[in-house]
Design a binder for this molecule. Structure first.
Ligand SMILES: O=C(CO)[C@H](O)[C@H](O)COP(=O)(O)O
Length: 226
C-alpha cells in the first residue's frame, strides 16, 4: 500500500454516521474520497462538501451524497493533504490550486485532519513554492508586489495557458526560501490588494496523519490554537 493511501485510510476511520465531511483535493485526498465511497456503499450515512470540482466529480461517481455549501453552517471533519508540514504543524497547501476553497473549508471545520506521506514533513516551510491566489484584474501589479516581498513570483501555467482556479483566479507560485514566521508572512501577503488568499495554513491542523511506504502511519494530535 502506498504511504498516501495509508494516511488517507487512517483518517477516514474517524468518520461517523451523521457527519458533514469536507473533501480535500489532490492525490492523497483521492484515497480518502475512495475510502469514504467504500464506506458509504457499506452503509455509512454522511453528507459531504467538496474543496474542488475535481473532488466533487470523484464523490459523485462514488455515490457520496453532496450537500450544497449554502446549507452548511459548520463542517464536522475536513480531510485534506498538504505540500509541506513543518515542526510546529503549520502547512503549505495549494499545489493543486485549490487553496482558497480548502482554506474556507478547513477554517469552518471542527476538526481538520491533514494526510501526508513522510516526504512532506519538513523542519521549516519554504522548499515548496508558496501558492498565492490572485484576481486576474491588474495581475501584473499584484505580481510586482509579491516580487517586492522577495517572493520570486511565477504565474502558474498549465498546457501553455495560465492556470485558472475553480474560482476563476490565477495562482502565483512564490519562492520565498525559508519561511521562518508563517503567520507574519501570511498576513503580509494577504495585505496586498489583488491577493485573494495564500497557501499558508497557520494554526489550523487538528491532526497530522503521516503515512510511510511500509503502510504504517503516525498520528500527531495538534492544538490548532497554539
Ligand atoms: O493543497 C492541495 C491542493 O490544492 C493538496 O492537498 C496538496 O497539493 C497535496 O497534494 P497531494 O496530496 O497530491 O500530494
Amino acid at each position: 500500500m502506498n504511504a498516501k493511501k495509508a494516511a488517507a485510510e487512517k483518517a477516514v476511520e474517524v468518520v461517523q454516521d451523521g457527519m458533514i465531511v469536507g473533501l480535500g483535493t489532490g492525490s492523497t485526498s483521492y484515497w480518502a474520497i475512495e475510502r469514504i465511497g467504500e464506506r458509504v456503499r457499506e452503509g455509512l450515512s454522511i453528507q459531504a462538501v467538496s474543496s474542488s470540482l475535481a473532488s466533487e466529480e470523484q464523490a459523485k461517481k462514488l455515490g457520496i451524497p453532496l450537500i450544497p455549501l449554502e446549507q452548511v453552517k459548520s463542517i464536522d471533519i475536513y480531510i485534506d493533504g498538504a505540500d509541506e508540514v513543518d515542526q510546529g504543524f503549520q502547512l503549505i497547501k495549494g499545489g493543486g490550486g485549490a487553496l482558497l476553497r480548502e482554506k474556507i473549508l478547513a477554517s469552518s471545520s471542527k476538526q481538520f485532519i491533514v494526510i501526508v506521506d513522510d516526504s512532506k514533513m519538513v523542519e521549516t516551510l519554504g522548499r515548496f513554492p508558496l501558492p498565492v491566489e490572485i484576481v486576474p484584474f491588474a495581475s501584473h501589479l499584484t505580481v510586482e508586489k509579491l516580487r517586492q516581498l522577495d517572493g520570486q513570483p511565477e504565474i502558474r501555467m498549465k498546457d501553455g495557458q495560465i492556470f485558472i482556479s475553480d474560482n476563476g483566479n490565477y495562482i502565483v507560485d512564490c519562492h520565498f526560501g525559508t519561511i521562518a514566521d508563517p503567520e507574519r508572512m501570511s498576513a503580509e501577503i494577504n495585505a496586498i490588494a489583488g491577493v485573494v488568499e495564500n497557501g499558508l495554513f497557520v494554526h489550523m491542523a487538528s491532526q497530522i496523519i503521516v503515512g510511510h511506504a511500509d503502510a504504517s502511519v503516525k498520528v500527531i494530535h495538534c492544538n490548532p490554537r497554539q
